[in-house]
Design a protein around this ligand. Structure first.
Ligand code: PAN
Ligand code: ZN
Length: 194
């Protein structure tokens, strides 16, 4: 007989995305993303303030084994470092072929994806949009609006995180404000990180 896990539910508050019973909450300030924004001068200047960039509410601590799912909400605050919008660190899954579903709950954001070869893809996310992260694509989310950008993420519990590759290389594209609008442009620092 399998070792049955008890079914459960979690409340995800709408539209703010908070999960009151979240067993794990991660808070990411600018200092946690140091070196990831293209404009290092602007990043350094803003570090004095060290604003909150995003919060992650992990709904479960399901075992990190094949067959299980985990799910969480991410709340990215509005703001920019220089002209680059606030964003998540971004990662590849440690198990590279693991996929993910993002579902927009509030605000306006971009899902930025790239292959290990540097091919870029961008998907716009608004409330109600379900965005699929296929196997092997690194992924980062960006708040391009003036309110919190909130989404739900559902992923295989054994996916894991590889942040190092992004910390070393960055993403090939960045999302910046140009004439008041988000624009995807090449990252001048791509592959040149120190
Ligand atoms: C998401 C992300 C979350 C925060 O749950 O972990 O949005 O982004 P970073 O992990 O890049 O800091 C997910 O993609 N999980 O696999
Ligand atoms: Zn992921």
């Amino acid at each position: 007989m399998p070792d049955y896990m008890m079914p459960f539910t979690r409340m995800i508050n709408l539209p703010d995305g908070t999960i009151p019973e979240a067993p794990v909450t991660q808070l990411r300030r600018l200092s946690d993303l140091e070196g990831l924004f293209a404009d290092r001068e602007a990043e350094r200047a803003l570090l004095a303030e060290n604003p909150m960039i995003y919060e992650v509410y992990e709904a479960t601590q399901n075992p990190e084994t094949i067959g299980h799912l985990r799910y969480s909400t991410t709340v990215i605050h509005p703001g920019k470092v220089g002209d680059e919008y606030f964003m998540t660190k971004g990662h590849y899954h440690a198990l590279r072929d693991r996929t993910e579903l993002y579902y927009g709950l509030a605000g306006e954001g971009y899902l930025l994806l790239q292959t290990p070869e540097g091919e870029t893809n961008v998907q716009r996310m608004t409330p109600g949009i379900a965005a699929y992260v296929p196997p092997f694509w690194g992924h980062r989310t960006v708040n391009v609006g003036s309110e919190n950008f909130v989404f739900l993420a559902v992923y295989p519990a054994d996916a894991g995180y590889d942040y190092d590759t992004i910390a070393r290389q960055g993403f090939a594209a960045i999302i910046v404000e140009r004439n008041g609008k988000p624009q995807v442009v090449p990252n001048p620092r791509f592959g040149k990180r120190t």
